[in-house]
Design a protein around this ligand. Sequence first.
Ligand code: NAD
Length: 413
Amino acid sequence: MEATQVSKVTIPFIPGDGIGPEIMAAAQKVLDHTVQTAYCGSKRLNWLEFPAGKSAFEATGEWLPVETLAALKGHKVSFKGPLTTPVGGGIRSLNVFLRQELDLYVCLRQARWFKGLPSPHRNPQGIDITIFRENTEDIYIGIEYQAGTPEQRRWLESFKQSQPDDYAKLPNPEECGIGIKPVSKRGSQRLVKAALQWALDNHKQRLTLAHKGNIMKFTEGAFRTWGYELAESEFKEKTFTRRQFQEIGTSQGQDAAKAAQQQALSDCKLWVDDVIADVVFEQLITTPQQFDVIATTNLNGDYISDAAASLAGGVGISPGANINYETGTAVFEANHGSAEELAGKGVANPSSLILSGEMMLRFLGWHEAADLVRQGITETIRARKVTFDLARQIEGVQALGTQEFAQAVIDYI
Ligand code: NAD
């Protein structure tokens, strides 16, 4: 009788390497308890374990068994612990491979400060930044030629033939490593579209396009232009952009531009602007509360999301996901790596994975359970119950182990 009434969602999960299995066990325990509490048993997560990474290689000789990849593709929503990247050969990075293979074009990361968390910022209250990092292009394409190799020489030769003036700008061409940075209109716009939609759905006030378009006009600069074009066409009724503000200012004067901005604000439109990537860093240090949602290219996003995370407790507590909003395929995971040096000690912080689970529950539309997870983490930290990575930064706090912390969250819930 129960089987017909319980709504189950099957979630393939990869325990991962290093601290992965420990934080995975802790996160699953919290999520299962939360779902049970929120829905009194009428909803359930049905976990299916699949191997990947170093542990899979040691057991099966494969870094990413075909069954694992098929499960992630087939079930759409999955959960993953950190994977150790193979050194010297094989797949360049399993994580990058997975993102490209599943076309997970959004890397979604959140840096949210919880009361009680240590922060290098003097005034961290209100830091709540969501970052949409493009996840398939730019440096993730991985086209690089090492200096002095036949590939590099062939590439230089054809470049010399086709663009002699540009070739002449290269300093000591034969000593140059060459990297290619492709940024496409489709890639940029699908990322910005996801960010705009998320910002609107979550009632955010500002979306910032972060780029380095002052120097790289046709990649970073184009990202900015394509982002604005999308906001002003597909999201015309719901956004007001800095570009529109400037255009009105130029054609009708500053007062008209300010009046249009005021009107947009009172219509609750989303303010879309752009900031040069290095200025984003400066503002993250001085006034991080001004950011709501940041949409950016791959390399910028890598730096910006780690910097933002460090303001709000560090990698042990910042959640992440890799998502294709068009197909609905998504992998929710901890942002940090496998921290092999902590493995087996029972001390790692499971918060990043637990909060990735919160994101996953929201993605499934299970908002009541997601809210409970967030409350559980908030209250546990507020009660100064934290793992060693945070405890060592807070005076007079005794660190909890991985499972003890999970139990404290469950006790609250
Ligand atoms: P790391 O994130 O494993 O460790 C960086 C620092 O953070 C270390 O001091 C570590 O002890 C600490 N740390 C990380 N997670 C923690 C946690 N939950 N609780 C407390 N402290 C924590 O980064 P790394 O050492 O550069 O990478 C180790 C391996 O993980 C590498 O093979 C790397 O490629 C891989 N990696 C995987 C992913 C992923 O699977 N998404 C992400 C990053 C790195």
